[in-house]
Design a binder for this molecule. Structure first.
Ligand SMILES: Nc1ncnc2c1ncn2[C@@H]1O[C@H](COP(=O)(O)OP(=O)(O)OP(=O)(O)O)[C@@H](O)[C@H]1O
Length: 223
């Protein structure tokens, strides 16, 4: 599904991560943790071909990201849903249109019932016509999750989805991600929140990847 072989990433000639080899198999649940600036967001970008490796091979859904055309990349992004750290909404469009954007961009019609069900699932049916700046942090993150799953992706990559949320809202968001995993989706969550990881481990078989000293390691069972 997502396969990395001896991969390095970096910016402006400086390596951020080296010798990363990893297979994310379908239906797996991973956390990605590490200090601020360690490269979590950059690693996720690699996993949806927003960033190319400076060494090694990355294959997404069986295709090497270096050989992907623009069209391949657009198709691949329908199979990999991303919850960005800053949500990245278009603030002048109501929530429902932001959530439907992946459909709109790919030229497919948005079915009101499907959209309504998706908004209900994240508990935002009542805010469908609100503008993103009118939402609370937790509502924004849930809207971002709804948009990420709009195209029924196989993989969900979430970058600090509970970053600014209180514990109750963090649990609610985690619950949605666990539910998606139980439906067979592969989930990767970048987070600093060790309590969230512990909570998730009580609910799903989650593995923890830790970035430390430019390497990606599998954390021990103590986490
Ligand atoms: N486009 C870019 N150009 C140059 N340097 C970058 C770029 N994006 C990120 N970096 C640098 O790469 C390093 C890792 O950034 P990244 O955002 O991946 O870390 P992170 O672990 O997600 O951090 P945080 O937990 O604070 O969100 C940082 O030093 C950052 O400044």
């Amino acid at each position: 599904m997502i396969e990395l072989e001896n991969v390095a990433i970096g910016y402006n000639g400086v390596e951020l991560l080296s010798e990363v080899s990893l297979k994310l198999v379908p239906g797996s649940f991973h956390f990605l943790t590490g200090p601020s600036g360690a490269g979590k967001t950059s690693f996720l970008k690699l996993c949806y071909a927003e960033l190319l490796p400076v060494a090694g091979h990355v294959s997404l859904m069986g295709q090497d990201i270096r050989t992907m055309t623009r069209d391949d990349r657009a198709l691949m992004r329908q199979r990999i849903g991303v919850v960005h750290q800053d949500c990245q909404f278009l603030d002048h469009l109501p929530v429902i249109e932001n959530v439907a954007l992946p459909l709109t961009v790919s030229g497919r019609p948005a079915h009101p019932q499907e959209l309504g069900e998706l908004l209900s699932w994240v508990g935002l049916r009542g805010q469908a016509n609100a503008l993103p700046p009118q939402l609370s942090g937790g509502e924004r993150q849930r809207a971002a999750l709804a948009r990420a799953v709009m195209m029924s992706p196989d993989v969900i990559l979430a970058d600090e989805p509970t970053g600014n949320l209180d514990w109750e809202m963090s649990l609610r968001l985690l619950g949605l991600l666990v539910e998606l995993n139980r439906m067979g989706k592969t989930v990767v969550i970048a987070t600093h929140d060790l309590n969230l990881i512990r909570q998730a481990k009580a609910q799903v078989q989650a593995r923890v990847l830790r970035i430390s000293g430019r390497r990606l390691q599998l954390a021990g069972a103590d986490l």
